[in-house]
Design a protein around this ligand. Sequence first.
Ligand code: CTP
Length: 400
Amino acid sequence: MQGKRILLGITGGIAAYKIAFLIRLLKKAEAEVKCIMTPASCDFISPLVVSTLSGNPVGIEFWNKKDGSWNNHVEYGLWADLFVVAPLTTNTLSKMAVGSCDNLLLATYLSMKTNTLVAPAMDLDMYTHASTQRNLDQLLKDGVGIIPVESGELASGLSGEGRMAEPETIFDAINSYFQSKFDPVYKGKNVLITAGPTYESIDPVRFIGNHSSGKMGYGIAHEFLKQGANVTLVSGPSNLSLEHPNLKLIRVKSADQMLEVVQGVWCECQFGVFAAAVADYRPKVQVNQKIKKSDEELTITLTKNPDILKWAGQNKKENQCLVGFALETNDLKNNATKKLEKKNLNMIVMNSLADSGAGFGVDTNKISILDNRNNFETFELKSKAEVAKDILLFLKNYIS
Ligand code: CTP
């Protein structure tokens, strides 16, 4: 459970108070927890309790009425490794079954990029009602996992089926979900990832850089961490951040600095995925003082940067697997094949700036992968988090 990102959706039933215990269990197991509450659930458990225990702000409304800031349901959907709705009331169940979207929790459900588990909680007559059973069936058909209700004393004073599963049972269900998803091939393996742009200094205030956000490299790092790997992420300047007990995030600016870190770490790693958009050239001379405006034209002489991926390929041992990226504007497969050979790679991930939704700065990517045994696969346009999963799966098939 360590480092897993669990998004908890809380709806308005009396069992909501038990979610405090579930959050405690998840936090003790070192999971990251964020919560979304329906407005009705705030009558059953205070958002202050939920935010304090989870260590994160709670999402309730689509937007904050005080400062106008927006709670982005799409970002919640991308962040989570698992969405758990507990307790799930009859009302929210029926809305999930038909795809209704009148609160943040429901919008997030519809934007979810990963699986959803629900723990229904209701009175026994509501639970056995034909419409409730029909809605639960619909959720199952939609791929939602249902943590069965328990039988016993209900808030109404009646006794029977409908009680929400106890927090320990929900915790076990979450744990089993991750166990079944866990891919042992990467467990305990050392992985080196480069991400983001590099900035090559011209003078103290200016640099040569590029539009890379680092999203692809950070997404790959997160996916390896989920699979139990130890990750060293060497990141050029990026606004992104990532935290995990098995992650070493080393921030650098220039290609030279990135190379230095890579040279110190690569020999200890089994996998390398080099997603950084490294500047191919840097100013030959770095001026110590700000360049003043003078002539109509200014010429800056550039000199070639080290090719970090090529260095890793040249120093690759039998037990190491190296993955590079190729961002091209034309003749994609041909150029990528040359890079695969020239840099002694096992695999190359290609993307084309000609494809809309692929490349720098966007949340999506459209890739093809080629390996050095001539296996080739093309993928649909997907979120970068999903693309990272495809890359790890292709790599797993390559090594097994
Ligand atoms: N790369 C690197 N160091 C460099 C340049 C590129 O490590 N100095 C890596 C990138 O991280 C990527 C791969 O090499 O994994 C390909 O980068 P790309 O810019 O597409 O290719 P180049 O080799 O620089 O060739 P060109 O720019 O001429 O297409």
